[in-house]
Design a protein around this ligand. Structure first.
Ligand code: SF4
Length: 357
């Protein structure tokens, strides 16, 4: 047990806390964590602004061999009929998104034999040719590992080829980086080592990522910290992460429904603050309005967050679990102003496009 005063002193003088010290954060009150996370936020980003990006999420297929137990989106969960968007339709969605002001698209699908590295390269080339200014924040580490396996190549070569085809950055999509949890809940996805391998390959190709954490799957507080520790170590090593985003799992309509307690706003805010305090090497911490809703996202800005992520069009994965949250730019700007910060529209590299006064 570390003295609370010692840890508080380290946090407020912007010094790193160790993994054993972080374990004591579980005993801090929610408001203490909020106060310390806000201090850390100001050390990392004294601008007083909060970013958002106009973004379209394109879920191109739900046919997925991974069948993760916490996922309601894949066809095997029986919630959404199996589908695959034709490539032409994906291109149309991209061009329409640009017309509607989107600066970034995300592509997220499933692990299916139809999807190879060659298919992904061809699709990215077509999108870049039609929409050269669109930032392509595409595929997950699991999809990249899948492409590499299907096309009998390794992770560094797959990442390099995706970059040449037009990929700009890759979402972290880490779930929980705890081997025993992954074996139990998502054993067919990439391993922790493979996830780290994708991050190293992205860094080697001068690409960026956003680390994530999905929690509330029956793990302990210590296991959440282990996840954060892997993220912090990879960031120390590579500097690949522009941002970190955490959100609670939505267990409804999944195999873990009824087996885990749904994480409430209080616990979400606590983990957000702990993440900000622990991840002293990541500038942008996003608040997850998609799962938690805009009201909680507003409060989250006082728990260490300095980005509200994308104004999403057409997201399907979270909706499959029965969570229906929507946001338009004016709503995003309102919650940011309400919390006392300046809204700024940003691009895929977190550079300011437009700042409100
Ligand atoms: S979480 Fe992703 S990899 Fe897992 S079943 Fe769902 S779509 Fe497939």
């Amino acid at each position: 047990m570390w003295l609370k005063m010692e840890i508080s002193e380290k946090i407020s003088s912007n010094r790193r806390i160790s993994l054993p010290e972080a374990a004591d954060l579980e005993n801090f009150s929610l408001f203490e964590l909020g106060r310390f996370a806000s201090m850390r936020r100001n050390f990392a980003d004294p601008s007083g602004s909060v970013g958002y990006i106009s973004n379209r999420m394109i879920n191109y297929s739900n046919i997925c061999a991974a069948r993760c137990k916490f996922c309601a989106y894949h066809a095997g969960a029986g919630k959404i009929k199996p589908f695959r968007l034709p490539d032409d339709e994906i291109i149309s969605l991209c061009t329409e998104a640009v017309e509607r002001g989107a600066k970034q698209i995300m592509l997220q699908g499933g692990l299916s034999p139809e999807f190879t590295l060659e298919w992904a390269e061809n699709l990215l080339r077509r999108i870049k040719s039609e929409c050269p200014k669109l930032w392509l924040h595409v595929f997950s580490p699991s999809e990249i590992v899948w492409f590499a396996r299907r096309s009998k190549t390794d992770i560094p070569a797959a990442v390099s080829r995706l970059k040449s085809a037009g990929a700009d950055s890759v979402p972290g999509a880490a779930d929980l980086l705890v081997p025993e949890i992954r074996r139990e809940l998502c054993g067919n996805k990439c391993t922790v080592e493979e996830w780290c391998g994708v991050m190293r390959a992205l860094a080697a190709n001068s690409m960026t990522s956003s680390a994530t954490m999905t929690f509330g799957m029956g793990e302990s507080f210590q296991q959440r910290l282990e996840h954060l520790d892997i993220v912090r170590s990879i960031q120390d090593e590579t500097g690949v992460f522009k941002a970190f985003i955490c959100w609670p799992v939505s267990p409804e309509n999944t195999q873990i429904e009824g087996k885990v307690d749904r994480v409430g706003a209080n616990e979400f805010l606590k983990m957000l603050a702990v993440s900000r305090i622990y991840l002293d090497n990541i500038k942008y911490i996003q608040s997850g309005w998609l799962t938690e809703g805009l009201k909680v996202a507003e409060i989250a800005l006082l728990f260490g967050s300095n980005d509200v992520g994308g104004v999403l069009m057409d997201e399907m994965v979270v909706r499959a679990a029965g969570v229906e949250n929507k946001a338009v730019v004016s709503q995003m700007e309102k919650i940011i102003s309400n919390a006392g910060f300046i809204p700024r529209e940003r691009d895929g590299l977190y550079r300011t496009i437009l700042k409100s006064v």
